[in-house]
Each structure stands twice: as structure tokens, then as C-alpha cells.
Design a binder for this molecule. Structure first.
Ligand SMILES: Nc1nc(=O)c2c([nH]1)NC[C@@H]1CN(c3ccc(C(=O)N[C@@H](CCC(=O)O)C(=O)O)cc3)C=[N+]21
Length: 297
């Protein structure tokens, strides 16, 4: 079997189109423009590229985009004051503090200082708790984008076996909650899981989010299963230069799977599209307006 390639880039463009339509309507009917603020601490070149592309797409869907760059050595108090300023700014509906933060800053403290209603990453403990109890929340972007692609491909996910590889707070745990919410039987596997290949072989849905390049191999995959590859790893090419690969070994997995997301062009673009969708959702909620359909979990 050769897997259907789930085109995250095209799907993300469609989602951004829907967001743009709603933003235009918000402006026209209510005179409201959603605003997204991104806070970047330090000079990490990869982060700068990523923040720049987020800013560009934010503007493309008609939203206000604000970037705050802070020095690598910024104090925790200064960063908390910046978050507070954005919490208090009525033109800002979404706040994203780019992670990871330098080691001297307590990222849990910083994330939990964001107004939960503006927490478009869905990382605040209040949103984590709301998601875990099935209440309306802000849902983390990468799991939300992955869920949208899974629903689109399968229709109903009810009763399917899902194995999430990775137990991070930003992907693995919220992904498992969303799959459970869609009535999957969910296993969270990780680096200490005994006989990981045989656990993964039970899965109708495999979400690879471990951060280890090309770790998941084709002979771990049940024929016809869907593979969502969350990893974005830059590796050296034998002939020199670098390329991006996922946490799944694409060629061997695609030979066995029923469907697979590529890297690049899979989960990554959906993450950014969902960030914009979350900003729109936050803006609608802040103004007591009906939120867009199909853009939330
Ligand atoms: N508070 C916070 N929230 C985040 O969501 C967050 C973060 N911090 N820190 C950094 C990571 C990284 N991240 C990516 C999202 C999309 C692509 C993406 O679209 N990648 C393209 C490839 C880009 C390329 O070619 O380099 C793709 O997969 O097709 C990449 C990386 C969000 N992050």
C-alpha cells in the first residue's frame, strides 16, 4: 500500500482563508480587528525566522500583528511586565511567548501570567484543566491542527486505537486529550515504553511527537494506519547541506500506512493556521460574538 499524503500546506491555506473571511466580517460588521502579539526573548536565528513568518501570515489574514523582541538577558520581572501590558491592551486578543525561554526565566510562571482568555497557545494551567475536563478552552495549536487533519481524513475517529508517542505538555498530553474527546482509545507512549514497536503496531492512528529524527519505522506501522508526524528536525545530508525530516521515517512508513503527513508541509503549517484560528476565536469570545465553526475543537 502507498499512503495518501495529507497535504498540511494546502489544508492550512484553506483554514487561513476561512479565518480571513471571518476577520473581514468582524471588521465590516463590528469594526473589530483581532490582534496577535508575539514575544521573542533572545536572538535564536530559527526562532526569528519562525516569528517572522507568523507575523506575515497574521497580516495576510487581516489581523494586527505585534512583535516584541527582548534581550537574551531580560529579567523575569521585565518579561512579566511585558505580558501584563499585553494582558491589559484591549487591541490584543492573543499573546504568544515563544518557547523555549532562556534558562534563567521560569517558563511556567511566565506562561501562567498570560490572561487565559488571550492564551492562544493553550499552555496556561487554566486552559489545560478546561481541556482535560472537556470544557471550552484555548486548545494548543499543533494538536488542534493534527486533529483537524485526522477528522478530515477519517470522518469519525470514534473507537479507533490512537498511540501518541511523546508526553510533552505542548503536544503529547493535549493531543491525547483531544483524541479521547473524539472517543479514541488512547495510549501515550514515550522513551521508557517497553517494546514501543509492538505498541505502535496496535494503532489505527499514530502521532509521532518525540523529537527524534526518523525514529518511527515502517515495520512499526499497522497496514493502513494514519501517521501524523509532528517532528521537525534538521539533519545533515550526506552530500552536504541540511534538510528537514520528521519523527517518522517517511519512505518506510509511507509504504505501509494508509495516510501520512509529510515534513515539511504537514503539521507545521497547520500549527500556524491554528494559531490564527485561536486568535480569531479569542477575539470573538472577548467581544461576546459567536465564534467561527470548524476552527475550534
Ligand atoms: N509558544 C510557542 N508556540 C509555538 O507554537 C512554538 C513555539 N513557542 N516555539 C517554537 C515552535 C516551533 N513552531 C513551528 C511552527 C510551524 C513550523 C512550520 O510551519 N514549519 C514548516 C517548515 C519551515 C521550514 O522550512 O523551516 C513545515 O513544517 O512545513 C515550524 C515550527 C511553533 N512553535
Amino acid at each position: 500500500m502507498t499512503a495518501t499524503v495529507i497535504d498540511g500546506k494546502a489544508f492550512a491555506a484553506k483554514v487561513r482563508g476561512q479565518v480571513a473571511e471571518h476577520v473581514a466580517k468582524l471588521k465590516e460588521e463590528h469594526g473589530i480587528t483581532p490582534g496577535l502579539a508575539v514575544v521573542l526573548v533572545g536572538e535564536d536565528p530559527a526562532s526569528q525566522v519562525y516569528v517572522k513568518s507568523k507575523g506575515k501570515m497574521t497580516v495576510e489574514v487581516g489581523m494586527k500583528s505585534v512583535e516584541h523582541r527582548m534581550d537574551e538577558n531580560v529579567s523575569e520581572a521585565e518579561l512579566l511586565a511585558m505580558v501584563q501590558k499585553l494582558n491589559d491592551d484591549p487591541t490584543i486578543h492573543g499573546i504568544l511567548v515563544q518557547l523555549p525561554l532562556p534558562g534563567h526565566l521560569n517558563s511556567d510562571l511566565v506562561i501562567n501570567s498570560i490572561d487565559p482568555a488571550k492564551d492562544v497557545d493553550g499552555f496556561h494551567i487554566s486552559n489545560v484543566g478546561l481541556l482535560g475536563t472537556g470544557q471550552k478552552s484555548m486548545v494548543p495549536c499543533t494538536p488542534l491542527g493534527s486533529l483537524m487533519m485526522l477528522r478530515d481524513h477519517h470522518g469519525s475517529l470514534s473507537g479507533l486505537n490512537a498511540v501518541v508517542i511523546g508526553r510533552s505538555n505542548i503536544v503529547g498530553k493535549p493531543m491525547a486529550q483531544l483524541l479521547l474527546g473524539d472517543s479514541c482509545t488512547v495510549t501515550i507512549a514515550h522513551s521508557r515504553t517497553k517494546d514501543l514497536p509492538s505498541v505502535v503496531r496496535q494503532a489505527d492512528i499514530v502521532v509521532a511527537a518525540v523529537g527524534r529524527p526518523q525514529m518511527v519505522l515502517g515495520d512499526w506501522i499497522k497496514p493502513g494506519a494514519t501517521v501524523i508526524d509532528v517532528g521537525i528536525n534538521r539533519i545533515d545530508k550526506p552530500e552536504g547541506g541540511t534538510r528537514l525530516v520528521g519523527d517518522a521515517d517517511y519512505d518506510s512508513c509511507a509504504a505501509v500506512a494508509g495516510a501520512i503527513t509529510p515534513v515539511p508541509g504537514g503539521v507545521g503549517p497547520m500549527t500556524i493556521a491554528c494559531l490564527l484560528a485561536n486568535t480569531l476565536t479569542a477575539c470573538c469570545r472577548a467581544n461576546g460574538l459567536t465564534e467561527p465553526e470548524g476552527l475550534t475543537a
